[in-house]
Write a protein that binds this ligand. Sequence first.
Ligand code: DGL
Length: 267
Amino acid sequence: MNSKPVLFLDSGLGGIPYCRDFLKRNPNEAICYLADRLNFPYGPRGKEEIASILTALTEKLLKTANPKIAVLACNTASIAALAPLRENFPNLPFVGTVPAIKPAANASKNGKIGVLGTERTINDIRSLHLADDRCEIIGVAAPELVEFVEHGFYNADENEKTEIVKKYIKLFRAEGADTVVLGCTHFLYLLEDFRREAAPFIKIFDSLDGITKRIEYLLEENDGILRAEKDSRPVNRFILTGTNAPDQFWRDMAQKLGFNLCLLEEL
Ligand code: DGL
């Protein structure tokens, strides 16, 4: 049994749907959620830069939060940094998030798969070999959508959400895609809008379920040595980078989750 926390990392809000999904199914596990607001957004950054940001964060978090598993709840971070992180921290199991291209390719009838992600993800997507060569990947970078979710979503009305999503569905329809993968964790906030606007022409895919199952698999391995006690009542933490006092937005976010808010600096 192991009472150490499961760490979720993202540049901002993107990892929260993953964290919630995991917590719903695993309420005895302690969670640390890190929002790297200081370095948001990751999407326009170079691979090496993202890898060095995440290496420094992991180093610090290993000393302070002491996680048993680290979940990169961010496609951009996973694509840029998963391999170097595994190399630099061989004793910490990492779970990465990659766009769900395989299930989309299996479901696609015409082999045209749309992928929506950050600039970094779309730039590097083909090097991941997630689809078979007969599939055509239609990659679209949507930094505007990342920005919208991080800074506009909670104050936006339904109409604004529909309009921004419509724009991308229109683009994928014009390209003939019959499946679209949400390849950025931020876009999960708009999942229902995407599904509604895409039906019945395009099927939407995401990686939420796959990530939760992968973490559970790691916890169950070796007779569940990493699992927390069944009756444990963990204290969950919401950690922010940067030295500015958290504003109301972050305080509300942590409160909604029932997590204790703190700065990485203070740990
Ligand atoms: N949530 C991140 C992802 O899944 C990207 C956001 C950013 O650009 O920082 O790719």
